[in-house]
Structures are given as structure tokens and as C-alpha cells.
Design a protein around this ligand. Structure first.
Ligand code: ZN
Length: 297
């Protein structure tokens, strides 16, 4: 095909993908439990573009507006790049200069490749390594190991590595002056856009995550001074909500450890480990990794 035809096909394809994503999100919207992905102001200079799942809506995007440019945290899926740019434009004339990626997963880094043309991308060293290993597009150009700060327009934004959990490269982004954090998938909350309940995912296979160390990591998160938390997916939370999530993770670990100590077999996890009271409806095989990790001596 000639170049113009290829371009036209590309534009058409992008439009179709956007339409399909919008349609899927629309159709999956549960009755009586509406969700919106409209950009919302949560503090002066800080906005969220909501994300409820790993597919249609992706993860939560935080938008920090400064006089010298915008800083965003995470960037959903490739098909939502234009949507993110448009929504940021609706709250500031400043360009998006930095993208901070909380971890490597595609529903948080999906637009990285597009943003790399005009912005710098920052992430934890392990998150970058995981992206390289899995051949994911848009690995960050700037990495850190313990913590780093970004200064722009009189604003400081920190990235902190507080230990393993969802992966081995989860960053907590700390807007200290606004007493607000973005946790990435170290905390998830509520329902996906198609109505199912979100449960924490320990990415052992591609992220070297740890359910066992997750609680201690959350204790370090809770040691930060904040009153507002943007989870990886779901509604904006209070510090008490984050503490409740941490307690559920501890309960899960304790029940799994007791099950293993009593000689429980992996295939009986779903029938023997009761989690209704903490409302974490895991898929039957989703806890096999935690079983293996806690079985190691
Ligand atoms: Zn994730």
C-alpha cells in the first residue's frame, strides 16, 4: 500500500479500537452501579482519570498540574492515549512532561511508547527490567532503587520503593504537599467496570511479586503522612481504607499459613480457605503462588 493509504488505514484502525473500547466499557457498565472515566479534581492541582480494571478502563491515572508542565502517574492502555491527552488538556494548557509508571503491567504502561516521544518516563529499576524481559513497549529512561524526587514548577513529587508486593518494582508516588499517594496495584479497591470484585494479584511469574512481603510493604506505605490514596484501580481512598486493605492481606496470609500447617493441599485452597468475610473472591487457582511461597522454608 502507498503511504497515504497506510496512514488512512492506521487512523481508521485507531478509531475502531477506540470505539470498541468505549463500547465494551459502555456495555459492561453494571446497572445501578455506574462508573465514569471523566477527569475529577481531588485536590488543588491534582486530578484523577479513573480506571477500574485491567481491560476496558485500565488503571487510575493521577495528573499533577504545575506551572511548568503536567506530571502524570500511569497511562492506561495504548488505545486510551488520546483520551488521556485530551483529558489533561481540559484541565491545563501545559504539556505532559513526565510519566511516572507505578509498575510494568500493560494496563498502567500501555501509552508509554506514545508518551516517550514527548515526555520522560520514570519507574523503578526492577519495573524497567521486567518490561525489557517481557518485551513490553515504552520502558522508562530514568530509574531509581530506593527513592527519587522530581521537581517541576515549584512542586516536588517523590517515587518510593517500599518493598515487594504486587511485583518487585512497585513505586508509591508521594505528593507530600497534598498528603496524597498513588499506590499502583499495591492497593486495589471496589469493582471492575464489568461488575466483578477486584482482588490483589501477586505477579510471581512475570513480576517476582510477593504476597508474604506485601503486608510489610503496606506497613511502610502507612508510615507515610497522607490522608488520600489513589489505588491502582478503583475509587479514591482514605488512609483508613488502605489500612483495611493491609489487614485483609494479613488475614489472607494467616489463613493460608494455617492451611499449609494443617497439611492442606493446593487443590483444596478454594474449598477450604474462607474469604467471604473480607470480600476477596479469588479465582480458584489465583492463590497457588501464595501457597507455594508460604510453603517454602
Ligand atoms: Zn498490575
Amino acid at each position: 500500500m502507498r503511504r497515504r493509504q497506510i496512514l488512512n488505514v492506521g487512523v481508521l484502525l485507531a478509531a475502531m479500537i477506540a470505539w470498541v473500547v468505549a463500547d465494551v466499557a459502555g456495555r459492561q457498565q453494571p446497572k445501578g452501579d455506574p462508573f465514569t472515566t471523566a477527569i475529577v479534581k481531588i485536590k488543588e492541582g491534582l486530578y484523577v482519570i479513573p480506571g477500574y480494571d485491567g481491560a476496558a478502563t485500565g488503571g487510575n491515572v493521577a495528573v499533577r498540574v504545575t506551572t511548568e508542565g503536567a506530571i502524570i502517574v500511569d497511562d492506561k492502555l495504548p488505545a486510551l492515549y488520546t483520551d488521556i491527552v485530551d483529558k489533561v488538556k481540559s484541565v491545563t494548557p501545559q504539556p505532559i512532561k513526565y510519566v511516572l509508571s507505578t509498575h510494568q503491567h500493560g494496563d498502567h504502561t500501555g501509552s508509554n511508547a506514545a508518551f516517550l516521544k514527548t515526555a520522560e518516563i520514570l519507574m523503578h529499576r526492577n519495573a524497567r527490567a521486567n518490561m525489557i524481559t517481557q518485551n513490553l513497549a515504552g520502558p522508562g529512561r530514568i530509574v531509581y532503587t530506593d527513592q527519587q524526587s522530581l521537581f517541576l514548577g515549584g512542586v516536588e513529587v517523590q517515587m518510593r520503593y517500599l518493598g515487594r508486593g504486587h511485583t518487585n518494582g512497585d513505586s508509591v508516588v508521594y505528593f507530600q504537599d497534598l498528603r496524597t499517594i498513588h499506590t499502583g496495584d499495591l492497593v486495589v479497591w471496589g469493582k471492575r467496570s464489568q461488575g466483578t470484585t477486584l482482588t490483589p494479584f501477586m505477579d510471581y511469574a512475570a513480576g517476582n511479586g510477593s504476597g508474604k512481603e506485601w503486608v510489610a510493604t503496606l506497613d511502610k506505605v502507612l508510615a507515610l503522612d497522607f490522608d488520600t490514596a489513589i489505588p491502582g484501580h478503583g475509587p479514591v481512598l482514605t488512609k483508613a481504607d488502605v489500612r483495611a486493605f493491609r489487614d485483609k492481606m494479613q488475614t489472607l496470609n494467616q489463613r493460608m499459613a494455617a492451611f499449609i500447617a494443617s497439611g492442606g493441599k493446593k487443590q483444596d485452597i478454594a474449598s477450604r480457605i474462607q474469604l467471604d468475610d473480607i470480600n476477596w473472591p479469588f479465582q480458584p487457582d489465583a492463590l497457588h503462588g501464595l501457597y507455594d511461597e508460604l510453603s517454602k522454608r
